[in-house]
Design a protein around this ligand. Structure first.
Ligand SMILES: *Cc1c(COP(=O)(O)O)cnc(C)c1O
Length: 328
């Protein structure tokens, strides 16, 4: 393994806190619940993309790139954090966003503008075409673009979550009380890929559950295969002989609701529950949905008293303000 010698650009405040949620655990009369605060990773209001971007920026700078190009939804946390990383590294940032520019930029979008990113609005179906067009335009201008995939989810980005698992294991060993289940939101797969690979490298023995926030059924395990592929690209990148199979990637489905980014009662209640019991803020798209699903699974007796569940808070709270109407 050569994680220590890989190019890395420092962005994150590490280690992020590992906290207990005693009031919430009591209120739900279920398992003991812990929370890993990756909403506190730093970098323009934090979130899970900070960890991935440390390795993506390391690679970009080593390749001599001067512009980061990435893509996502209008309220993409990944785009906001990429804009911040570019600013800190003295690079330019070009974002390809789905949909139409809203009249008033709020939430992550407001931050993209403040952070100085250039936003290009497109129909989602035009993504690939726009990407190659922008790439050639930038090169024609003499710039050196570095393309980061959706969510920063490739083998390079996932390295951030291999390191995060090593960080978590140090915290868990100090606690001397094992965790039975680790639960987190999953969407483009880089976080889960890093966690699954990192669990094997760091010797985590509990179970791992990615909570799909945007897919409904295990479509012939296509997503699991995608995550395993990212994990294996990551293993190659970090020089690990380990390989991950789709069967080792555990995803919980059934919580997609009305779709990606559509706020329902699950998210509304979960956001209020954690805020009012522990003073911790979730987002409506990812962590709020994943946490709402966890609460539902505790109420259904899937996670039970006597067990310990760790919820990995992946951030995203800037999007709250863009959903003010839906959350009211
Ligand atoms: C991107 C994101 C996720 C999902 O992580 P992936 O690596 O894309 O699966 C979860 N929570 C938040 C807040 C995010 O921004």
């Amino acid at each position: 393994m050569r994680i220590e010698t890989l190019p890395r650009f420092s962005l994150a405040h590490l280690p992020t806190p590992l906290e207990e949620l005693p009031a919430l655990s009591r209120q739900l009369t279920g398992p003991e619940i812990l929370i890993k605060r990756d909403d506190q990773t730093g970098l323009a209001l934090g979130g899970n993309k900070t960890r991935k971007l440390e390795f993506l920026l390391g690679d970009a700078l080593q390749q001599g790139a001067d512009t980061l190009v990435t893509l996502g939804a209008a309220q993409s946390n990944h785009c906001r954090q990429t804009a911040a990383a570019a600013a800190k590294a003295g690079m330019r940032c070009e974002l390809i966003l789905n949909g139409k520019r809203p009249e008033i930029a709020n939430g992550n979008l407001l931050l993209n503008e403040i952070l100085g990113a250039e936003c290009h609005w497109i129909e989602r179906s035009q993504r690939a075409a726009k990407l190659s067009e922008l790439d050639s335009q930038l090169r024609a201008q003499g710039r050196k673009p570095y393309l980061i995939p959706v969510g920063g989810s490739n083998g390079v980005g996932a390295t951030g979550y291999v390191v995060a698992m090593q960080e978590l294991m140090v915290q868990l060993r100090a606690r001397q009380h094992p965790v039975d289940h680790l639960v987190f939101g999953t969407s483009s797969g880089g976080t889960q890929a890093g966690i699954v690979l990192g669990a094997r490298i760091a010797g985590y023995t509990g179970r791992l559950h990615g909570l799909s926030i945007d897919k409904n059924d295990p479509e012939h395990f296509a997503y699991e295969a995608e995550v395993a592929q990212i994990a294996n690209d990551c293993a190659t990148y970090i020089g690990s002989p380990l390989r991950v199979t789709p069967a080792e990637v555990s995803v919980i489905y059934g919580y997609k609701g009305e779709g990606y980014g559509v706020v329902g009662n699950l998210e509304r209640e979960a956001i209020r529950l954690l805020a009012r019991s522990e003073g911790i803020v979730l987002d409506p798209v990812y962590a709020g949905r994943a946490f709402g699903a966890l609460v539902d699974l505790i109420r259904k007796g899937v996670f039970i008293k006597g067990e310990t569940v760790l919820f990995w808070h992946t951030g995203g709270s800037p999007a709250l303000f863009a959903y003010a109407r839906e959350l009211a």
